[in-house]
Write a protein that binds this ligand. Structure first.
Ligand code: F6P
Length: 383
């Protein structure tokens, strides 16, 4: 039976979204003969029942298909707006568009919102995980993470060169919200001396001790400090500001660390800060992200064909699987396990990655050894 399916991208963008859109359109139209409607700006487009028909003929004149490697999202995206107040209008948009199913590409927050709307509005929803934070549960990888790890790793190499020339401490602030997956992976791949992540609290004294040790013991006069934007001190302090809608936005931890490092060295250390910011969200998707996006897109269409709704496609232990959305959102966002082998590898390589955590800091009911997320902490580190 000919179906009409919708596709949208929601939440913060990342590299690989267009590759997923391309796979969905190609498989749905060529294999199944369905019509695919691209919905602009996620819930905003649904609310206005706006959509345009997507076809596989999006190559340029010489036959090159640019979508596989194009960063961002051709559909646009939103990560704000009152989806509670506008729920009825958004739900109605799905039905006004005459959709048989909707494929949503999003992070844990925006997919959870769409899942709630789908339940309420009787939609047939299938989701695809994406986020540079890599904190969607039940999938080892989300689209965009690998490219962001590469972007940060490359930046660390560039910064190492100039740091070595000037004997400086380079503090690099990395995204990730309350999860440290990006900082940990890139910090390790980029040879950082210090990696600070939200899940493992740090002390400034230990950061300074590590930098001093590099000089005194190894004669190395520069240092690379990677700090996740949500990193917290042993006392639970973190640096953030509230946006206009009252949401907490992590920003400024890099300046805080650099300032404290200079102070504790009594002016002997010179530090510079690089906030990589949205550079981490852009660029050409890596080969791995393109593969992930392509397989996720194909698998999402197959789930629609099989009528297996309310599922998310996922990557687990090298296999492509699908998982119930309710289970995903019950467990998201995910945090770095302080006993993860990457953390152990960092410690073994003499990287300072925060203090050893004791049993009293392990959150109840969070599985292995996860530290509770940042939400319960209210104290802000003074700037
Ligand atoms: O969730 C992805 C992410 O890039 C986070 O790492 C970051 O904190 C946030 O989005 C930034 O959001 P915005 O684009 O709204 O500034």
């Amino acid at each position: 039976m000919t179906k009409r399916i919708g596709i949208l991208t929601s939440g913060g963008d990342c590299p690989g979204l267009n590759a997923a859109i391309r796979a969905v359109v190609s498989h749905a139209t060529l294999t199944y003969g369905w019509e695919v409607l691209g919905i602009p700006y996620a819930t905003q487009g649904l609310m206005e029942a706006k959509a345009s028909r997507l076809t596989v003929h999006c190559q340029d004149l010489r036959g090159i298909d640019p979508l596989l490697s194009l960063g961002g999202t051709i559909l646009g995206s939103v990560n704000k707006g009152d989806t509670v107040a506008n729920a009825d209008a958004i739900i109605a948009g799905y039905h006004r568009l005459g959709l048989d199913a909707l494929i949503a590409i999003g992070g844990d927050g925006s997919l959870a919102i769409l899942h709630t709307l789908a339940q309420k509005g009787n939609w047939n929803l299938v989701s695809i995980p994406k986020t540079i934070d890599n904190d969607v549960a039940l999938t080892d990888r989300a689209i965009g993470f690998d490219t962001a790890v590469n972007t940060v790793t490359n930046a660390l190499y560039n910064l190492s060169c100039t740091a070595a020339s000037h004997d400086r401490v380079m503090v690099v602030e990395v995204m990730g919200r309350a999860s440290g997956h990006l900082a940990l992976n890139a910090g390790l791949a980029g040879g950082a001396d210090v990696i600070l992540i939200p899940e493992i609290p740090y002390t400034i004294d230990s950061v300074c001790r590590k930098i001093r040790e590099l000089r005194e013991r190894w004669g190395r006069c520069f240092a690379i400090v990677v700090v996740a934007e949500g990193a917290r001190t042993l006392e639970g302090g973190f640096v953030a500001e509230k946006d206009a809608e009252g949401h907490l936005r992590f920003h400024g931890i890099g300046d805080y660390i650099a300032d404290r490092v200079c102070r504790c060295s009594e002016g002997n250390l010179e530090a510079r800060v690089t906030v990589l910011g949205h550079v981490q969200r852009g660029g050409i998707p890596s080969a791995l992200d393109r593969l992930l996006a392509t397989t996720f897109g194909k698998a999402a269409v197959d789930l629609v064909a099989e009528g297996r709704f309310n599922h998310m496609v996922a990557w687990q232990h090298g296999e492509l699987v699908s998982v119930p959305q309710t289970e995903v959102f019950a467990k998201s966002p995910t945090f770095v396990d302080p006993n993860h082998f990457l953390v152990q590898t960092a410690r073994a390589l003499n990287v300072y990655i925060g203090e050893f955590v004791n049993e009293t800091m392990v959150g109840p009911g969070t599985g292995s050894s996860l530290i509770p997320p940042l939400a319960p902490h209210t104290e802000l580190v003074p700037q």
